[in-house]
Design a protein around this ligand. Sequence first.
Ligand SMILES: C[S@@+](CC[C@H](N)C(=O)[O-])C[C@H]1O[C@@H](n2cnc3c(N)ncnc32)[C@H](O)[C@@H]1O
Length: 299
Amino acid sequence: MTAAESVSNAPASQALRVKDVLAKSIAFFTAKGIETARLDAERMLAEVLGIDRLEIYLEPDRAIADEERDRLRELVKRRSLREPAQYILGNAGFYALELRTDARALIPRRETELLVDRAREIALERAVKALDLGTGCGCIALALAKHLAAGSRVWATDISPPALDLARENAATAGLTDAVVFAAGDLYEALPHDAGPFDIIAANLPYIPSGDIAGLMPEVRDHEPRQALDGGADGLDVIRACVSQTPPHVAAGGWLLLEVGMGQAPAALEMLRSAGLEPGDVLQDAASVGRVVQGRRTG
Ligand SMILES: C[S@@+](CC[C@H](N)C(=O)[O-])C[C@H]1O[C@@H](n2cnc3c(N)ncnc32)[C@H](O)[C@@H]1O
């Protein structure tokens, strides 16, 4: 019997308690190979109980009502099928923003915050024009809109209309609807022609080699949009197109900031040189992976 079933099959006389349900859910997730078993079980239980995650431990003997049990069973089942917790619960944090997340767009990753850090460092207190290429749920564009100096303007594009719908919903929730112009289409083609040139272009485009996708974790491979992951044979097709198209869109002295995958920084630096952009330092993420490649238009 699975934990999801044991949650649902308990006789009414034996009321399920928070501590038992938590323990069963953790054991079930662990058996399914889910590395974040405890965290996910805590978050799902907290969601159905309508309390903060750590409050679970203040009420270990609280009885679980039937509706709570049924709702938890549904969430646990979805997670056991390796759907990401952020899609099931519908939210993820990014740069102190609480963003809605669902299968329309990639779940924002911690390492992507580096792009925002670097953009802010470049802009300092100046009002700038910034562009987020491949915005997904809108995370980079919204963080920039929130943190760049007053008078700055932010554009965001994506080839996926459903991702842009999600990004617009996130902008509305964050009170930033008027702060970002969203446009659908392929890279720079999406932009109105009077939008650029930009002082800062940040791009977290797909960079996973097509042949590596089958070996990804099921959460990513089976649930996140293929269009957000697949970068072609060497993973660099979209980044290559982006770099070659960038020069007319970047202002003199402006920067292109690219997130890349493990081991891709040298190839990306070469692309920047070929496009006439001057490469800057490669920024490393918390796992010491060369993660952000940057090129400046000097002329
Ligand atoms: C790796 S995801 C990143 C999403 C978001 N920026 C983030 O950091 O979470 C890449 C995004 O680029 C978009 N994309 C893929 N090819 C594109 C293209 N040719 N032009 C514009 N966007 C593209 C995908 O739809 C996806 O939303």
